[in-house]
Ligand binder design. Structure first.
Ligand code: ADP
Ligand code: MG
Length: 706
């Protein structure tokens, strides 16, 4: 039994009955207390908990304590662990050794080394922010995310979460803007708190996040025979087996013993690293699974998700499996996403997306809900841009994941409340009376699975919003930078209005009511409770003027639009230059991904598939000749098969040539189209060539042989 897992994760203190390995590889507050003087411990704790500036005077002591602890765990090296724009994590290891005066070595780690590192940054994507000749970038310690030990079979490394910036402070990573956006959100939430009479002195607010991570597992032996998986993360060929996910028998199904062993090992490894893994289950597609943690403060939750993705891959490998984190590893069955469950923890330590106990609290809750409506409606295409990747393009809008149209689901009751607010004094709504903000009570809002809309990209689920469009392989930093900042902007405008009204001596509840009414009128088009997969919704959304951006290059443009630049600069989250650099990096990554896929498809078609089909044609023709020589009949069906195989082979060569032309033309759209055309022929050949002659493991092998 694990008690208070949430508390453990947040404060690092092991509660009763928690397995003693929980957090054993984390330099958490409990460990700190054992290794630091009281003064240093208190000082560091106030930086971690209240966000106070780090006292540089304690850095040496903290570094030394971390080193002593790390050595006791078998570490020999340390690394600043950061999140460049590649979307994965980066590390450069240094050992603790230092020559001593007697010609030997000692193990040291200084405050300076803890606080700042200067990796040669020239090979990380910067989108032109930093020319190679001035490659200096620096990493800076993020004390709010605890250091941890990464183990490998023959050693261990101390990993220190850091930001990564250029010499002039320009962000080259995902964490820096995240921390900035968290600050912007905190400022505005506290401002609202003050209006509602909440004591915010010396306190802060923050976003909370629980990312649900979907993934596939296949046997490693198949992975190693699939050049496409190894090079691109997804299958570029393969026909769907007769049975895949039609029976809906995999979702929440009983977990096979081999997978269970993997999951137990995975959870144990994550717990050792302080990652509060909570839920595990089978997902919709065969061989697809999900893991979800207990939610944590945004920054920590994102670091933990990055760690979880690494641990997923490593653990799978140890079990003879391969973990596929790509958004669409298999065509024709569901892809994988990362449901981004987001909420706000106010300066009072409470979840501000929970309806309150009294009308006053509910007024605050409704302000938050309407702020979200305003934020998402105003910046729907910014949100869309944050989930734009080549991999995710296969998923969004494919009737399995939310569409590229961003809308909000509030559920029936809350929508009714919002409608009442809009109507103002009008009586006789569905639930009887009219809601008077700050005066009347809200109906009880359900918080169970019955009031869910799985097709909505941005759904209110009782006490949080779930943004479902994030790709499984993505860092969720980008989306949360956007959410924090757009909500900060909405709250900023709301607070400015309310503060002016208060100053003018107006009745507070009446001001809130009037303000919400106006905002609902303006932004209600973003609400949609229906089925997001339907063609009607596409039409309706268009009438409402909601953007529907299907492809990455188009979607990314939002990042450099003047209104987004103004927003990000106003809240000091990203400068114009930083936004342009991100745009360049992501667009380049998109084109590079598509080009790699196209070239890989060509290689596979020409050097694996065509030769296999030719060999089979030769076999067929030899057999037909043999029959003929033996004086057998004409065998029209077999002759037809030979013809089908030979012409299929020819068509494959023709389509490969077309794809090659698209590659030479550098047209991503044509490459994507060319890959599908080539694949269609190849997949039909897979349906006729004998299984043991087909050079790639089949979808059935990969999805069912577990
Ligand atoms: P479902 O699949 O039904 O949506 P899960 O239990 O798989 O639900 O995931 C829900 C996620 O939402 C969990 O990671 C959970 O910790 C997280 N969550 C719950 N409350 C909050 C909150 N206040 N803020 C952020 N995330 C939350
Ligand atoms: Mg779930």
């Amino acid at each position: 039994m694990v008690k208070s897992a949430k508390k453990t994760a947040a404060c690092g203190c092991a509660a009763a009955n928690v397995p003693d390995y929980f957090g054993e590889n984390v330099f958490n507050t409990k460990t700190m207390r054992n290794y630091l003087s009281n003064r240093a411990y208190r000082s560091l704790l106030s930086t971690i908990v209240s966000g106070e500036n780090l006292d540089a005077g304690i850095a040496d002591e903290v570094a030394d304590a971390m080193k002593t602890w790390a050595l006791s765990k078998g570490a020999t090296h340390y690394t600043h662990w950061f999140q460049p724009l590649t979307g994965s994590t980066a590390e450069k290891h240094d050992s603790f050794i230092q020559p001593d005066e007697e010609g030997g070595v000692v193990m040291t780690f200084t405050g300076k080394e803890l606080i700042k590192g200067e990796p040669d940054a020239s090979s990380f994507p910067s989108g032109g922010l930093r020319a190679t000749f001035e490659a200096r970038g620096y990493t800076g310690w993020d004390p709010t995310s605890p250091a941890f030990i990464k183990e490998s079979p023959s050693g261990a490394t101390l990993c220190i979460p850091t930001i990564f910036c250029g010499w002039n402070g320009e962000a080259l990573d995902k964490k820096t803007p995240l921390l900035r956006s968290m600050h912007a959100l905190s400022t505005q939430v506290c401002r609202l708190g003050k209006l509602f009479g909440i004591d915010c002195e010396g306190k802060r607010a923050y976003g909370t996040l629980g990312p649900e991570q979907e993934y596939f597992l296949i046997d490693k032996q198949y992975y190693q025979k699939r050049l496409d998986l190894m090079q691109t993360g997804r299958t570029l060929f393969g026909c769907r087996p007769a049975k895949h996910q039609q029976m809906e028998d995999h979702y929440f199904g009983s977990i096979k013993p081999r997978i269970m062993t993997f999951m137990q090992d995975l959870d144990r490894e994550l717990w050792r690293l302080g990652v509060p893994a909570k839920t595990r289950h089978n997902e919709v597609a065969p061989a697809q699974f999900e893991i979800a943690p207990v939610f944590e403060e945004l920054n920590l939750a994102i670091d933990h998700n990055m760690v979880a993705m690494d641990v997923l891959k490593e653990t799978a490998d140890r079990h003879g499996l391969t973990c596929l984190l790509h958004e669409k590893p298999f065509a024709g069955v569901n892809g994988s996403g990362k449901h981004n469950n987001w909420s706000v923890c106010g300066p009072d330590g409470k979840n501000w997306l929970t309806p309150g106990e009294n009308p006053h609290d509910n007024a605050k809750f409704l302000v938050m809900i309407v702020a979200l409506m305003k934020a998402v409606d105003t910046h729907a295409d910014l949100l869309r841009a944050t989930v734009a990747t080549a991999g995710n393009d296969h998923r969004l809008g494919a009737n399995e994941a939310p569409p590229a149209i961003v809308s909000i689901f509030l559920g029936e009751q809350l929508t009714d409340v919002i409608e009442q607010i809009e109507k103002g004094a009008v009586k006789g709504s569905k639930k009887g009376g009219t809601i008077k903000v700050g005066v009347s009570s809200l109906p009880t809002l359900p918080r169970d699975a019955t009031d869910r809309n799985r097709t909505s990209p941005f759904a209110f689920t009782g006490n949080k919003f779930e943004f479902r469009a994030v790709g499984s392989n993505q860092s969720c930093a980008g989306s949360n930078v956007a959410i924090d900042t757009i909500v900060a902007e909405a709250l900023d405008e709301i607070c400015a209005r309310l503060e002016a009204d208060v100053k003018a001596g107006k009745d507070f509840n009446a001001s809130v009511q009037a303000l919400l009414r106006n905002l609902v009128k303006k932004h209600k088009r973003i609400l949609f409770n229906g089925d997001n997969y339907t063609a009607e919704w596409q039409k309706k959304a268009k009438q409402r003027g909601l953007p529907n951006v299907r492809k990455t290059p188009e979607a990314l443009k939002a990042l450099i639009r003047p209104d987004v630049v103004a927003l990000m600069e106003k809240y000091q989250v990203l400068s114009k230059r930083e936004l342009h650099s991100r745009y360049d990096v992501y667009l380049h990554a998109y084109h590079a991904t598509v080009e790699i896929e196209a070239n890989c498809a060509l290689t596979i078609a020409r050097t694996f598939l065509v030769p296999a089909v030719m060999r089979y044609a030769k076999e067929l023709s030899a057999s037909l000749c043999g029959v003929k020589a033996a004086g057998g009949g004409k065998l029209p069906e077999s002759a037809k098969l030979l013809k089908e195989v030979s012409s299929g082979c020819d068509l494959m060569l023709k389509r490969a040539a077309e794809l090659e032309k698209a590659v030479n033309d550098k047209s991503a759209d044509k490459m994507l189209e060319g890959m599908v055309r080539l694949r269609t022929v190849a997949d039909s050949m897979e349906g006729v060539v004998p299984h043991d002659r087909w050079p790639l493991p089949s979808y059935a092998d990969m999805m069912f042989m577990l």
